[in-house]
Design a protein around this ligand. Structure first.
Ligand SMILES: [Zn+2]
Ligand SMILES: [Zn+2]
Length: 307
């Protein structure tokens, strides 16, 4: 059995998910190979695709809309953001939402799919390579994601989540050839994965804690920079339903600005927004409420519309 160390947790010995290991290794090799195909257009395409997958897809779509229902959109906008999310190669929407709702329910306790208390490497990427978090049975998915499990689009996209990535990859191949595939698919996806993974590892380890939540979540500007605002993770654990994570003016949160833009365009409404408490005693007060899981997702209880 693998010994528990700071880098390699006890759960790491529970079997290997070979398809994931091979896919991730392939993408990382492609990402490094991109440096042999320097091309200005391809690098620009990578930056655009990074924002499409990481901001529209993961931050605004999978996380703040699908998991926490921090705002409402027309169905077609929800489906479009979800499609963008699949381009991050972080699995289909139902799997992602289930894993993340479980993370909020058991943050840094037994049952958390990716707590750094089980090892830094485990929380970053070990948990998807080994262990059981990749194999939720349908019963678990239905319990944690009853909303999306009834939606045929989300069910289909959860099975076929890799198809949009292949289609986009082939389109880049036709449009710009190998350099575009290397940068806008392999390099961009690998960097995006590490950014999201850092939310699970770094922002449960390093940074400041404005709210005394019962988990180890932190606010980390560097992670926020690479995730379009997801790095204000302590704010988020304190106010899970809020579609705004950067609460102070200096906490730049592009996902929030993106959602506000959708609202401006008439494509989002009912935005749930936390505000900064005025004094410290209020901070402690709010963080006590915040660990109530009914706050974290509509699946656990009623959405606190009235708040
Ligand atoms: Zn967390
Ligand atoms: Zn969350």
């Amino acid at each position: 059995m693998t010994p528990v160390t700071a880098l390699y947790g006890r759960k790491a010995s529970q079997g290997t998910n070979w398809i994931t290991v091979i896919a991730m290794t392939g993408f990382h090799i492609g990402g490094v190979a991109a440096f042999f195909f320097i091309d200005r257009g391809a690098i620009l395409a990578a930056i655009i695709m990074w924002a499409v997958a990481g901001m529209l897809g993961i931050g605004m779509g999978y996380h703040r809309l699908l998991t926490h229902r921090g705002y409402k959109t027309p169905k077609w906008v929800e489906y479009f953001l979800t499609l963008c999310g699949t381009l991050a190669l972080e699995g289909g929407p139902i799997f992602w939402v289930a894993t993340h709702r479980i993370h909020h329910q058991y943050s840094d306790k037994e049952g958390d799919p990716h707590s750094p208390r089980e090892g830094t490497y485990w929380a970053h990427m070990g948990w998807i390579f080994t262990g059981k978090a990749m194999h939720h049975d349908t019963e678990v998915l239905r319990r944690y994601v009853p909303d999306l499990s009834k939606d045929r689009f989300h069910v289909a996209l959860t099975t076929w989540h890799w198809v949009p990535q292949v289609v986009v990859g082939l389109a880049f191949l036709a449009f710009g050839g190998i350099p575009y595939v290397m940068w806008a698919v392999f390099f961009r996806t690998s960097v995006g994965l590490h950014a999201t993974w850092a939310v699970n590892s770094a922002t449960h380890l390093w940074g400041s804690r404005r709210f005394k939540t019962r988990d180890d979540s932190t606010n980390n500007w560097l992670v926020a920079l690479f995730t379009f605002g997801e790095g204000w993770h302590n704010n988020h654990h304190a106010h899970p339903v809020s579609m705004r994570h950067g609460l102070a003016w200096y906490e730049i949160d592009l996902n929030y600005i993106g959602i506000k833009t959708l609202k401006f365009l008439g494509l989002a409404w009912d935005l749930k927004e936390a505000t900064l408490p005025k004094d410290v005693s209020e901070v402690a007060q709010e963080s006590d409420d915040a660990v109530d899981i009914s706050d974290a997702s509509p699946a656990m209880g009623e959405l606190a519309d009235a708040r």
